[in-house]
Write a protein that binds this ligand. Structure first.
Ligand SMILES: Cc1cc2nc3c(=O)[nH]c(=O)nc-3n(C[C@H](O)[C@H](O)[C@H](O)COP(=O)(O)OP(=O)(O)OC[C@H]3O[C@@H](n4cnc5c(N)ncnc54)[C@H](O)[C@@H]3O)c2cc1C
Length: 402
């Protein structure tokens, strides 16, 4: 019996779409299954990224989905000290962003099935069978991109994230107030206002903005932190009238870290939030790597026998975690350690730490190069600038395992 496709991707997340695109670019048959009735409909609340991160993908940013270009971000401590980071970024219209990518998939002949939910994945007669709300699909390789707390990965016995309990649970609201959208820097407030990650202010232009909290290890309902953030924000910005247009909730896999993201011998790969690969841009790059490796496994097998022997073999598909680890491993580990240090510091310690960098050109301090060399430069700067303050932060940093 002929397969429905060589590769089937489940979930039209940024990673899933990029995996489907990268695989189809190698001229193999690709099917994408998405449970929503339309891709990007309703749109996912994630709608910002930085140019530096997007540069890791093989794409360029297109003006048709950009709402606003941003100059960078300010990291704000509990007492109001600020680190200003010049880093061009974007606020995007997520619906248009997803529509743009769907058009690309159609041009690449990806067979898209929306309104179809995948229920189970089994291997039978050397093929993978996916039972869905529509019918059973078959393929040789399946890429799971169904988002955080991936149900499908659990069904096939994979634990694709190392620290699943470290998802940052979020409440984010689109809000309206006079001139609230005008500043051209994002603001990320750290400390007890949003333990473990950040409270955000993304000015969307004119009278529109997004306000959110992303909190780790305080349960999934973090609305109490959002309410506190809203009150503090209104006070800080001296805003009396602010209208909430829409609220979103969800999880950000920021500190969850990939674990086993390939099922040896079965032909299953996991990508995006499901695999602890967080964010739009880094998710897209992870999806590109995943889709290219899947396609390579298909095209390398020249005969049916070779196909059965090598296509789904651990050796071929393990290229994916290897290549991902080479590109992102140390950055993710350092990022997690930094977030863990933040989670373990109290507001006074965070104030001291942010105070060390306030008024400094952070890009100058970090310089260029690998994440590790940047981290070493930052530590050196801290020790040179204010050894006593730097050393007072060390216990928390050590507790976090940097
Ligand atoms: C409120 C909020 C705001 C955020 N803002 C940002 C931001 O501004 N920038 C940023 O980079 N990151 C942001 N993030 C993080 C970001 O959402 C994720 O890291 C990123 O979207 C990666 O997506 P994902 O892989 O988790 O999958 P998702 O985007 O969740 O996509 C998974 C897809 O799979 C589909 N699916 C699930 N199960 C099935 C099934 N069984 N069958 C078929 N289809 C299925 C879903 O319908 C969905 O379309 C935000 C997160 C939250 C919660």
């Amino acid at each position: 019996m002929k397969n429905d496709a060589d590769v089937i991707v489940i979930g039209a997340s940024p990673a899933g779409i990029s995996a489907a695109f990268a695989a189809s670019a190698q001229d193999i048959d690709v099917t994408l299954i998405e449970q929503k009735n339309g891709i990007g409909d309703p749109p996912h609340p994630a709608n910002t990224f930085f140019q530096g991160m997007f540069d890791k993908t093989s794409e360029i940013v297109h003006s048709e989905y950009v709402i606003r270009e941003m100059a960078g971000a300010e990291i704000v401590s509990p007492s109001g000290s600020r680190i200003v980071v010049d880093a061009p970024g974007y606020i995007i219209d997520r619906r248009k962003f997803d529509e743009y990518h769907v058009r690309e998939l159609i041009e690449h002949n990806v067979d898209i099935h929306t309104g179809v939910t995948a229920h189970n994945i089994i291997k039978k007669d050397k093929k993978i069978q996916i039972s869905t709300s529509d019918r059973t699909f078959t393929s040789d390789i399946v890429i799971i991109a169904d988002g955080i707390s991936s149900k499908l990965s659990a069904l096939v016995g994979l634990h694709p994230t190392k620290y699943p309990h470290d998802i940052a649970w979020a409440v984010e609201a689109e809000v309206e107030a006079d001139g609230i959208g005008e500043p051209d820097f994002f603001e990320y407030h750290v400390g007890s206002i949003a333990p473990g990650w950040k409270a955000t202010y993304s000015p969307g232009g004119g009278d529109r903005a997004n306000l959110g909290v992303f909190v780790r290890r305080h349960g999934q309902d973090v609305s109490r932190f959002f309410d506190l953030w809203l009150e503090r924000f209104k006070k800080q910005k001296d805003i009396s009238e602010l209208r909430i247009i829409r609220k979103h909730t969800g999880g950000d896999p920021i500190a969850t870290i990939p674990n086993r993201i390939v099922s040896a011998g079965i032909g299953i790969m996991v990508t995006g939030g499901a695999a602890g690969q967080s964010g739009i841009a880094y998710g897209m790059r992870a999806g590109e790597i995943c889709g290219s490796v899947a396609a390579k496994a298909i095209t390398q097998a020249s005969t049916p026998k070779a196909l059965a022997a090598s296509k789904t073999s651990a050796k071929v598909l393990s290229e994916y975690p290897r290549l991902w680890g080479k590109e992102f491993g140390s950055e993710y580990r350092l990022g997690r350690s930094a977030l863990e240090a933040l989670r373990k510091m109290d507001d006074k310690e965070i104030d001291r730490l942010v105070g060390l960098f306030a008024g400094e050109d952070v890009n100058q301090i970090t310089g260029t190069g690998s994440p590790t060399s940047k981290a070493v430069r930052v530590m050196r700067f801290m020790l040179r600038r204010k050894p006593v303050s730097a050393l007072s932060c060390l216990p928390s940093i050590i507790r976090a395992g940097i």
